[in-house]
Design a protein around this ligand. Structure first.
Ligand SMILES: [Ca+2]
Length: 434
């Protein structure tokens, strides 16, 4: 009989067989860890989620079974990374790519977005761009109008872009979206070309017509105030606004007030001085009563709106002029006939809005009448005007111009105290941001 405190040798043998079998069994189970791999990430403190396991924060020791294991590494602001670890590895470093989020909104929303020409959803949207660099973002509205903005993406610089499409703003005005563009500033370097930021503003779809200007005249009829001894107050008033040696299309009438010559109501008013345009804007501000302040556009605003900000040569694009696109000095124009190969059908002015609008819906930005702008020759930017500036600039060309003088970059600067049969204007207003 053996010692009672010693195990039975057969029991020890049974235990050894059992442990060996268990070890063999574990080795045959593929999910049993064959090793631990130290996983680091750049940046650290990312989340590592092994396939079927709990999420861990990096750096972490990951148990790896015989066949390896797939892991997903995530971190806010970076692109997710899926990879596989095999048990033979000792350490692994996972690099995450930074994501450049670009939030794009538009008014109205629902515009198609193109990122470097590739479809990228509709607004509002947040794009996840994975490479830093320079990108062209385009937004296309339901009518096919395209607005563009170039962005530069650098690390840790989330970007947001808002596109505001031109929309009816009432009173024949269009809301012109803000944007950056290459100001051309006239041929021959009359103003230095430069990149300029234009804030959203309102601009008339068409040039101010005789009919519209006549409303102003009849609203401020000076016969309500004592007339001078020198003559008819209405005639003198007209003569002060139209300092122009040319037959006028608006006349004082004996029965009171003013009238537009029959059939000329829809044609652009012309022959008005710069001061007369400013008076009209002041009157409109009072008459409108909405709080909008009407004014003439600055040359920069004018060129931006005419070119839709994309550097085009003409309001319709870069294709040459023809008689279906603008009213210039064509074969029918008898004073200069600068483009005898063209037939636009109008020897002088044409009805405002007769010719097709540019992509933003603005008519006659080329031809018909030159349009007075707010600034004097050396200053386009709405600041620094001297009251004594007696010369102001005009844009767009006219019925008396060659097609080349109707390009979006063409400009002419004239004595602001005179009126010209080829010069009229278009109203602008600053967007009320209250
Ligand atoms: Ca013509």
């Amino acid at each position: 009989m053996g010692r009672p405190d010693l195990p039975d040798p057969s029991w020890i043998l049974a235990m050894e067989v059992f442990l060996l079998a268990a070890a063999l069994a574990l080795l045959l189970v593929p999910d049993w860890p064959r090793g631990f791999v130290a996983v680091q990430t750049v940046p650290s403190a990312s989340t590592i989620t092994p396939d079927g396991g709990p999420a861990l924060s990096s750096p972490a020791w990951i148990p790896v079974p015989a066949g390896g294991i797939s892991i997903t590494v995530t971190r806010e602001g970076y692109a997710d990374r899926d990879t596989v670890i095999s048990p033979g590895m000792r350490t692994m470093i996972v690099y995450l790519d930074y994501i450049f989020p670009v939030t794009i909104t538009s008014r109205p929303s629902g515009a198609r977005i193109l990122l470097d020409g590739e479809e990228a959803g509709t607004t509002p949207a947040t794009l996840q761009v994975t490479e830093p660099g320079r990108y062209m973002i385009e937004a296309v509205d339901a009518t096919g109008l395209v607005l563009r903005e170039q962005i530069v993406l650098a690390a840790n610089s989330p970007s947001s872009i808002h596109f505001s499409f031109p929309s009816p703003a009432g009173g024949g005005l269009l809301s012109i979206p803000g944007g950056e563009f290459e100001f051309q500033g006239g041929p021959g370097g009359t103003l230095p070309p430069r990149t300029v930021r234009v804030e959203e503003f309102l601009l008339g779809r068409t040039e101010v017509t005789n009919g519209e200007f006549n409303l102003f005249l009849n609203s401020v009829d000076p016969l309500a105030v004592p007339d001078s001894v020198l003559g008819n107050g209405r005639t003198k008033f007209l003569a002060s606004l139209f300092v122009c040696d040319y037959p006028l299309e608006i006349a004082a009438i004996e029965s009171g007030g003013y009238a537009v010559l029959p059939g000329r109501e829809g044609f652009p008013v012309r022959g008005v001085t710069f001061a007369a345009c400013s008076l009209y804007c002041d009157w409109l501000t009072l008459a409108d009563g909405s709080g909008r302040v009407f004014r003439l556009p600055d040359e920069i605003e004018w060129e931006y709106a005419a070119s839709t900000g994309d550097g085009r040569e003409w309001p319709w694009g870069d294709a040459g002029a023809d008689g279906s696109l603008l009213n210039c000095s064509d074969a029918s124009e008898m004073i200069a006939t600068r483009a005898p190969w063209m037939d636009d059908g109008f020897p002088e002015t044409s009805p405002a809005g007769y010719f097709p609008g540019n992509p933003w819906g603005l008519h006659d930005m080329a031809g018909n009448v030159w349009e007075w702008c707010a600034n004097p020759p050396g200053n386009a930017g709405l600041t620094g005007f001297a009251p004594s500036d007696t010369v102001r600039c005009l844009r767009g060309g006219s019925w008396l111009s060659s097609p080349e003088d109707c390009r979006v970059s063409a400009r002419m600067c004239l004595d602001a105290g005179l009126g010209y049969p080829f010069a009229g204007f278009r109203i602008a207003a600053t967007v009320d941001r209250r």
